[in-house]
Write a protein that binds this ligand. Structure first.
Ligand SMILES: CC(C)(COP(=O)(O)OP(=O)(O)OC[C@H]1O[C@@H](n2cnc3c(N)ncnc32)[C@H](O)[C@@H]1OP(=O)(O)O)[C@@H](O)C(=O)NCCC(=O)NCCS
Length: 247
């Protein structure tokens, strides 16, 4: 099942690469994919910064829509994806391996379309179960309905650097705030300056650093320089990860 999902996503991405730049883009992206997969084998060490943003008492910056025709949807059920597909929109399940599994685990997807094309997706977990499905890093989400973890944030290659990520993130933060969420967290690999810039521009601060050692993708060991949040409780308080997930 997982393999089938991965194959669907690969064929969709290969098609996109071909449309973007013919065989050169296809060869370049295939090389990136293979080196990423090979790099994930064996022992790996990564360092992540956890960003936190308190949504109560702040004005979430209003970000101007970067171009006409950009629409954002909050998707919480697979039936909503079917409706979008019926309206001619691209199927998220063809672009994100595991999309159906994440939704079944209770995760929400914020999907931005330009016309019928997917420009951006951010996944959000409000429960331990959905957090574990999305992201195996050891930092938690307390099930009060007031905390959200953002994960698997992706702007499609052809829309990067155009303000789409910032617009969608501000949009979803406002949406989460209306739902009663007061704290947003997100883990960003230390060398991912683009992703860090995105959260920093919206007012997030660094909460802690997590160091992880993985063997074949599974977290073997982790430690953190955990700071305490405003309530004095460690953000590591969430359930420990129990299943393999990719960040
Ligand atoms: C990280 C990512 C989601 C950013 O999305 P994006 O749509 O390109 O971001 P935006 O264009 O909205 O830029 C947001 C801010 O980050 C800054 N930024 C964007 N790319 C940057 C880069 N490569 N280096 C430094 N800053 C960058 C922008 O300048 C902007 O700040 P500004 O408004 O003050 O100028 C996108 O690069 C991506 O999908 N990367 C691959 C997947 C990934 O790394 N996901 C994150 C996992 S945590």
């Amino acid at each position: 099942m997982v393999l089938l999902e991965e194959l669907h996503v690969l064929s969709a991405r290969a098609g996109q690469a071909w449309r973007d730049g013919g065989w050169k883009a296809l060869a370049g992206r295939s090389a990136c994919y293979v080196s990423g997969r090979v790099g994930a084998l064996g022992l790996r060490r990564n360092e992540y910064r956890v960003a936190e943003l308190r949504l109560d008492g702040i004005d979430i910056p209003s970000v101007t829509c970067p171009f006409e025709g950009l629409r954002v949807f909050r998707v919480t059920r697979t039936a909503q994806l079917d409706e979008l597909v019926a309206q001619g929109c691209a199927d998220l399940r063809r672009y994100v391996a595991g999309a159906e599994r994440f939704l079944r685990a209770g995760a929400w997807a914020y999907v931005a379309y330009v016309g019928s094309t997917i420009a951006h997706v951010t996944w959000v977990a409000l429960t331990c179960r959905s957090k574990q499905a999305l992201d195996s890093l050891p930092y938690g989400v307390r099930e009060s309905g007031k905390e959200a973890v953002l994960s698997r944030v992706l702007t499609m290659r052809e829309y990067r650097g155009m303000g789409v990520g910032k617009y969608v993130t501000a949009w979803l933060l406002r949406d989460l705030s209306r739902e009663g969420v007061v704290t947003m967290r997100c883990a960003v690999e230390r060398r991912n300056t683009a992703s860090w810039a995105l959260y920093e521009r919206l007012g997030a601060r660094e909460l802690m650093t997590i160091r992880v050692v993985r063997l074949f993708g599974r977290v073997l060991f982790s430690d953190s320089s955990a700071a305490c949040d405003a309530t004095g409780t460690s953000p590591m308080a969430g359930e420990p990860p129990s299943e393999k997930a990719q960040e």
